[in-house]
Design a protein around this ligand. Structure first.
Ligand code: A3P
Length: 307
């Protein structure tokens, strides 16, 4: 797998580890040439926190519940992940050159644009923050995120289809060696920004979406000033339920074998709260809790650990 075009090792940018294949676009997109518009909307998250799920909901709220459109193409071709800057297309992307065109692609999307990013607050472009663009941040309890990220690393060619053990992966988290950086820096950075800017940031939690998707969709529609009929809300809930998401090739990378080795797992994998209990040893849990308590004290942010 290590020879695959998507695997280019890792790249450290301002002290944060990123997948090597985005190295060319990171600074270019965020510091030099990112042209934002006042009505841009960004989904922001640490990987494996429910980004795809939230993106599917938000895009449907924004396009009036057009599930047919959402099913017509893979999510990454509808909602660019801005720091990655590629426009993957299962039919056309054949080689690495295609990566570089997508920066232009985001410029040609009609307003209001929906984009997403996994970047930390302090690495994110300053312009959208200055211009008060809207952000929807989704966070997940970090134990479940970590388990999910482990399986993602294993199947994703960008991570060389990771072959390490769970114990080694756990250590990467503790040592801040996972791609996109330290989870605490990520979540706390955006949380602090959200606390001070409730009109422009909606802070969601995976566990709340899972418990009450209707309330989440209503929150999103209120935040984006979009009125939704009850029937439409029902349709969005139905379209975004776990079972349908898992069977929807447009969001499950089912066809995108060039990015994911789908023989090694499913991108939309298990969708539960508390899977960490099947992976963490007692010692790992203790070590994690200690770090978590130290980092999260004084933040006022808490998570649900079990479903
Ligand atoms: P698991 O690996 O625990 O199943 P991201 O999109 O940020 O990469 O997050 C992926 C995680 O969100 C995966 O977690 C995936 O299964 C979960 N997910 C996606 N759609 C979901 C849904 N409709 N309901 C519950 N979980 C969902």
């Amino acid at each position: 797998m290590a020879t695959h075009v998507y695997y280019q090792g890792e790249y450290v940018y301002r002290g944060v580890i990123f997948p090597g294949y985005i190295r060319r676009n990171l600074a270019r997109a965020f510091e030099e040439q990112f042209e934002c518009r006042d009505d841009d909307v960004f989904i922001v998250s640490y990987p494996r926190s429910g980004t795809t799920w939230t993106t599917e909901m938000v895009s449907l709220v924004m396009n009036g519940g057009d599930t047919e459109y959402n099913m017509s193409d893979i999510q990454h071709t509808r909602v660019p992940q801005i720091e990655v800057n590629y426009k993957p297309n299962i039919m056309r992307i054949k080689d690495f050159r295609s990566f570089n065109d997508a920066f232009e692609w985001s410029k040609s999307i009609p307003s209001p644009r929906l984009m997403r990013t996994h970047l930390q607050y302090n690495l994110f472009a300053k312009e959208p923050i200055k211009r008060k663009c809207k952000f929807i941040y989704v966070a997940r309890n970090p134990k479940d995120m970590l388990v999910s990220y482990y399986y993602f690393y294993k199947m994703c060619r960008v991570h060389g289809c990771y072959d390490g053990s769970w114990a080694a992966f756990f250590r990467k988290f503790i040592n801040k060696q996972l791609c996109y950086g330290d989870w605490f820096d990520h979540v706390i950075g955006w949380w602090k920004y959200a606390q001070k800017n409730t009109d422009t940031v909606l802070f969601l939690k995976y566990e709340d979406i899972k418990k009450n998707p209707r309330s989440t969709i209503m929150q999103i529609s209120k935040f984006l000033n979009k009125e939704l009929h009850d029937r439409l809300v029902d349709e969005i809930i139905h379209h975004c339920c776990f079972h349908r998401m898992q069977n929807n090739a447009g969001v499950n990378f089912g066809r995108e074998s060039y990015v994911m080795n789908t023989k090694r797992g499913k991108f939309i994998r298990k969708g539960i709260i508390g899977d960490w209990r099947n992976h963490f040893t007692l010692a790992q849990n203790e070590e994690f809790n200690k770090l978590y308590e130290y980092k999260m004290k004084d933040t006022g942010l808490s998570f649900q650990w079990d479903g």
